[in-house]
Design a protein around this ligand. Structure first.
Ligand code: ZN
Length: 317
């Protein structure tokens, strides 16, 4: 969503396109489009950490291995029709698959409304490119969140290409993201450096990985899309929300994420050994999901966050 207020000269858009792009059908299409990408997100979340191709083979039932037909693989609908069970072996699919699809669908439609429909109504032209970039960004955050919860890795294969697309678009079409590229890049490199330094200190003096390098790369990606204020909000709000959510969970002995690290990594010394007493400062809580959540908050509520920061922190950024 554009942050830099453009001069309010109305852009002429053919009434046909205004009608078509703001019709209920267009909004439904945005919802379906999001659900399809949510379905693909499930494939990426499962296969990427396991080194499997995200293209082939097609999806299979995780229990009996039966390949899913086209009818069994319609995002959202198949889950509802089959009541979350395999047609063949009747074993339940994880509810998370449909949650991820629903989240992607909701992200797509809400960003479509914010980036395309609202600007059209306000005479600001067609924001389809902004929608495409914002949805790519939100989709990447969704994938990162669930991969980090599963295997404690923030996948370069998602973060780096997404960041690269943002840099290229920011360089040639700065209006699409509505942010000047240079401050975003400076903020991204700065955030990366700070996280790299924190990680170095942890490894050097405590022998554990307090933060992953993946978190640093994720912050660089976030800075490209949200700019300096966005990355500051993401670090601050992400850390606060991380503490708020994880302290009660840790105190009650519940796990926020998959902590059976050796299942996935073997005994990779990079990740440190399993230490039941490591607490919040050790690798007991993944940071990626909280960074992703805070970044989404800024993407959706930037004007409110800026107004709040101005009023209560005295910061006009
Ligand atoms: Zn089955």
């Amino acid at each position: 969503m554009a942050a830099v207020a453009s001069p309010p000269a109305p852009v002429h858009v053919d009434p046909f396109w205004i009608e078509a792009l703001s019709s209920p059908w267009a909004k439904l299409l945005a919802l379906v489009w999001g659900a399809i990408w949510g379905s693909f997100a499930n494939v990426v979340i499962y296969r990427l950490p396991r080194g499997m191709s995200v293209v082939s083979p097609g999806s299979r039932c995780g229990h009996c291995g039966t390949p899913l037909g086209v009818v069994d693989n319609v995002p959202l609908l198949s889950y509802l029709v089959l009541r979350g069970r395999c047609r063949h072996c009747k074993q339940p699919y994880g509810v998370r698959y449909v949650v991820v699809e629903a989240m992607a669908a909701a992200l797509s439609m809400s960003l479509y409304l914010a980036d395309v429909v609202v600007p059209l109504m306000q005479g600001e032209g067609i924001g389809l490119a902004t929608y495409a970039l914002d949805f790519l960004f939100a989709w990447a955050l969704l994938v990162v969140t669930f991969v980090d919860l599963d295997v404690w890795i923030i996948p370069d294969a998602v973060v780096l290409p997404t960041a690269a697309v943002g840099v290229v678009v920011g360089a040639f079409f700065p209006d699409v993201l509505g942010r000047p590229l240079v401050p975003s890049l400076v903020a991204g490199v700065g955030a990366y450096a700070v996280f790299y330094a924190i990680r170095w200190f942890y490894l050097r003096f405590r022998g554990i990985e307090g933060l992953g390098l993946g978190d640093a790369k994720l912050l660089f990606m976030i800075a490209v899309y949200l700019g300096p204020a966005g990355v500051l909000w993401t670090i601050g709000a992400g850390a606060m929300q991380g503490v708020l959510v994880s302290v009660p969970l840790l105190l009650s002995g519940r796990e926020l994420a998959n902590t059976a690290l050796e299942e996935v990594h073997g005994d990779d010394p990079e990740l440190g050994h399993e230490d039941p007493d490591a607490g919040v400062t050790g690798r007991r809580v993944p940071f990626g999901p909280f960074l992703a959540l805070a970044a989404l908050e800024f993407l959706y509520f930037e004007p409110f966050i800026r107004a709040w920061a101005h009023r209560f922190l005295g910061v006009a950024w």
